[in-house]
Design a protein around this ligand. Structure first.
Ligand SMILES: C[S@@+](CC[C@H](N)C(=O)[O-])C[C@H]1O[C@@H](n2cnc3c(N)ncnc32)[C@H](O)[C@@H]1O
Length: 381
């Protein structure tokens, strides 16, 4: 991590300032070491350039490797928030979220640069469609990516000239991000293994906060959105893309209820079981949607899910299979109604720049953080 980014951080337990405590640092970088809160003395490990910053109550999120690593610094484990408390139901849900996506991104879909350069779900056109922020606003900007996964958005944002990317992710797949960016990339990274709901960042830091295909999986999405607003500067933007309730009958009324059973199946088995619906879907896309699109685009427009299915026809099959598996295993998966999406912005005193039903199955929202003087004029504060 860059030393200059230490001052961007704040303690997730007490809000205090963070400073360097131990480890080998150069004038510019700290790859392995310990940071600490100046007020409550809570400690946070830095491992291979990733800062791990969970609240004390989520200390169980540290992996055995991270626990082993911090022992060398001879601080009591409890100062790193590793208290042996029993995990409650919410903690268990969050651990499942973390573990399921670590499995997806590391074992099932460890995508590389060549996948991101292609068409379909992982490509840059799809990203720009999900998050329709003007590329000129990305160039030179400081951008937060919430629920950054293995780095799909970070890669595309770096390609669009982002100056700094602050990537926040629960799981250890965040380690992949630094290897994904080209060697000659000018974009600076601050990588945080942390919870979007308790961002370890000072307020008013970033120009744009983005959360693409992740807020629906966050255990408290309202708090997650508020946190993104807090760290965004005045007149900056928060852009999200989430599952919509509207247009997603199969998910809301069939897959979600089925999850009661699906979640009892081990992940590896579930992955192979999801091959069957993936093959059926691929067949329908290639022998129904695609031919109709060629023969009669007008007829196609009358068929449900046509935008999304034509979009998925650009995927490699392994990406469609991964997407179906993703829909089945997600421990938390919220489908937003339109008014819930607009309320996220309004309840945080933001103005809506754009709200769009992307591919008729997702909501893309861009909200602008009002300057305090604007809020007073419009009476939103
Ligand atoms: C469907 S994946 C999307 C990843 C990435 N945005 C992409 O589209 O490639 C959702 C990601 O959100 C992460 N996530 C879920 N809840 C989170 C939270 N509370 N804080 C940070 N990340 C979270 C998951 O670990 C997972 O990697």
């Amino acid at each position: 991590m860059h030393i200059k980014h230490i001052s961007w951080l704040k303690c997730v337990d007490c809000g205090g300032k963070i400073s360097f405590k131990a480890g080998q640092k150069s004038a510019e970088r700290l790859e392995n070491g310990v940071l600490g809160c100046q007020d409550c003395n809570r400690l946070y490990p830095v491992l291979d350039g990733i800062v791990v910053m969970f609240t004390r109550s989520a200390g169980h999120s540290l992996s055995p490797k991270e626990r082993d690593y911090i022992k060398q610094f001879n601080y009591p484990l409890s100062e790193f928030g590793c208290d042996n408390k029993t995990a409650n139901d919410l903690d268990l849900k969050q651990i499942a979220v973390q573990e399921n996506w670590e499995y997806q991104w590391e074992q099932i879909c460890p995508f590389t640069e060549s996948d991101l350069k292609g068409q379909g779900l992982l490509g840059s056109d799809a990203f720009k469609n999900f998050i329709p922020v003007e590329p000129s606003q990305i160039n030179g900007a400081t951008i937060l990516v919430g629920g950054a996964g293995r780095g799909r958005e970070a890669y595309h944002l770096a390609g669009m000239g982002a100056k700094t990317i602050v990537a926040v992710e629960l799981g250890r797949e965040i380690h992949a991000i630094k290897n994904l960016l080209p060697q000659n990339s000018q974009t600076e990274l601050l990588l945080l293994r942390a919870d979007l709901v308790a961002l370890p960042l000072q307020a008013d830091l970033v120009d744009i906060a983005i959360c693409d295909h992740a807020l629906q999986h966050v255990h408290d999405h309202k708090k997650g959105f508020s946190e993104m607003t807090r760290v965004t500067r005045d007149s900056g933007k928060v852009a999200i893309c989430v599952y919509s309730w509207e247009g997603n009958f199969i998910m809301t009324h069939m897959v979600e209820p089925l999850k009661f059973f699906l979640h009892k199946i081990p992940l590896t088995v579930l992955y192979f079981l999801s091959l069957i619906p993936s093959l059926v879907l691929q067949f329908i896309i290639m022998f129904f949607y695609v031919p109709i699109a060629r023969v009669s685009p007008r007829l196609l427009k009358k068929i449900p899910l046509h935008e999304h299915m034509i979009f998925w026809s650009q995927n490699k099959f392994k990406t469609t299979w991964m997407s179906i598996f993703d829909l089945f295993h997600a421990p938390i998966s919220y489908h937003f109604r339109r008014e819930e999406v607009s309320r996220l912005a309004e309840s945080n005193g933001m103005s809506i720049e754009c709200i769009r039903h992307t591919n008729s199955v997702l909501w893309s929202l861009i909200a602008v953080k009002n300057r305090p003087e604007d809020s007073i004029k419009t009476g939103t504060s």
